[in-house]
Write a protein that binds this ligand. Structure first.
Ligand SMILES: [Zn+2]
Length: 223
């Protein structure tokens, strides 16, 4: 009860500076995705696995390196057997068939525990699952991850590109379609004479059509 009386949330909360992490964000470079897509294209539906490493890490975000290695492995559509090989990467990515977005028991026992970070990839949805093994003393605590692909496009600055808004207008004075930049506003200003001339021309065309119609009706009546 003493605690309840003294607790004043508006003034200070304990350890308010600490983040609560229920998922670790994993940033995967585009190249790693393209490597996976490319291996899929070279295989015939089999699973496979590649390894990479962590290039940057904060308490809640891990960035993967775009260096990778393809370990020696024997694969089928539902299994991967790792063959004796030498590498020291801490991240493993393995492929599952589409819609199989969860780690199997075998994955947990033989793949996930041997790497710091394990990601699951499918051709359809890319990186669909993952687990980060947080080390604490003599234990590992598996923390789920959410994956984002770094397309490397955020820093594109298009300040130097100035779009001109174009609109197509029919320049009937010149008798042709012309595309003009709206910035050249003078191109749209006709003189009074030009407009009058155009109206007159339209009028005479109308008269001509009316005459033609009239004649057509007459001949129709005659025949
Ligand atoms: Zn698996």
């Amino acid at each position: 009860m003493k605690f309840l009386k003294e607790y004043k949330p508006e003034q200070s909360t304990w350890e308010s500076d600490l983040k609560i992490i229920d998922k670790i964000k994993v940033i995967v470079p585009l190249k790693i995705l393209l490597v996976c897509n490319s291996i899929v294209a070279k295989l015939d539906g089999e699973e496979f696995s590649i390894v990479t490493s962590i290039s940057k890490r904060s308490s809640d975000t891990i960035t993967l390196s775009d260096d990778y290695y393809i370990p020696k492995q024997k694969v089928t559509a539902g299994s991967i057997d790792y063959l004796p090989d030498q590498y020291s990467h801490s991240v493993v990515i393995h492929r599952h068939p589409d819609n199989l977005n969860n780690f199997s028991r075998t994955d947990n026992e033989f793949i996930n525990q041997n790497f710091e970070l394990s990601l699951l990839y499918t051709e359809k949805e890319y990186f669909v699952n993952g687990v980060f093994n947080l080390k604490y003393e003599d234990a590992i605590i598996p923390v789920p991850v959410s994956t984002v692909i770094d397309y490397g496009l955020e820093e594109i600055n298009i300040d130097n590109i100035e779009p001109i808004i174009y609109s197509t207008c029919v320049d009937s004075l010149a008798g042709r379609n012309e595309t003009k930049g709206l910035n050249d506003i003078d191109d749209f200003l006709y003189s009074y004479e030009e407009l009058l001339g155009e109206i007159n021309e339209l009028n005479s065309r109308l008269e001509f059509i009316e005459n033609e119609l009239q004649q057509y009706r007459l001949t129709e009546v005659v025949t």
